[in-house]
Ligand binder design. Sequence first.
Ligand code: IPM
Ligand code: MN
Length: 352
Amino acid sequence: MSDQYNIAVIPGDGTGPEVVAEAVKAVKAISKKCNIGFNFKEYGLGGDLYLKEGTLLPDHLLEELRTTDAILLGAIGHPGVKPGILEKEILLNLRFKLDLYINLRPVILFEGVDTPLKDKGPKDIDFVVVRENTEGVYAGGGGFLKKGTPDEVAVQESINTRKGVERCIRYAFEACRKRNRKKLLTLCAKTNVLVYESDLWERVFNEVHKEYPDINTNYMHVDATCMWMIKNPEQFDVIVTGNMFGDIITDVGAIIQGGLGIAAGGNINPEGAAMFEPIGGSAPKYAGQNIINPMAAICSAQMMLDHLGEQQAAAILLDAIKKVVKNDIKGLDAGNMGHGTKEVGDLVAGYI
Ligand code: IPM
Ligand code: MN
């Protein structure tokens, strides 16, 4: 074996275990094909464990996860648990405590996939969103005053540090250079209203740009970004943005690339840990029926291979994904693929 990687697998809730199993299947096929070693270790975190034992993300597990080469996550979110608890204590805590400060979300329309955008095809929808992943309103600053009274005040603060903004923007310039396509980096913010945070983002963006004279830049307000992603997605190459705006625009991105059945993302600390996940939720109503599309999870495993530096393996898996999407599966939504969850995983493994 040329390499040996320790991969933590967190199947999580709902359809998470089903889709993650297919991602692991794909990586195992790659392992054989490319002679790369992977040790998988499963962690039973999620809603069921929380309901049974009250456990969310214990410190000793967090430290263990920190030392792995990568984490593959299925989904977090359980109908029996009040919204917000699992998301904050598990998903966001993993992002924050492992300092996974980049959320990398490719928006790529594969051949054979339907987009709701009229007259747009794979050559038009091919860009990457670099979302800051540890700050902004997600940092949880703020509080209530006189909660529950008619005089109630709710304050939700957006925290943006110079260091946090700069490292994200620098990563985006690097990603744009590495992608080597249009060499255009777009800053998405809201300078006309958020006169403090967007001002910081814009200043840092312009400063860091001086180190990347080979990259062109432009600026777009977040509302306009949503509009242009639908009207003229072909203009984009790499978009860099804060946490909240990144969350919102990547849902637009997911739907134009074919939906949550295929949209994947990586939570990355370029100097440390990384976690890869399908960006859709746990979809509990589809759980246990072998009908959920595992492609987004498989795509997240593909991103993981790329992140690990296994470019050849990543290219082989990408090729297999494209073939299955183009030749074999009918639709990307749960129940309309023309195949079951496991069968889609088998098809991918078959092409590998
Ligand atoms: C995402 C999700 C999460 C987010 C939720 C589940 C907390 O929507 O990964 O995009 O807002 O970041
Ligand atoms: Mn989201």
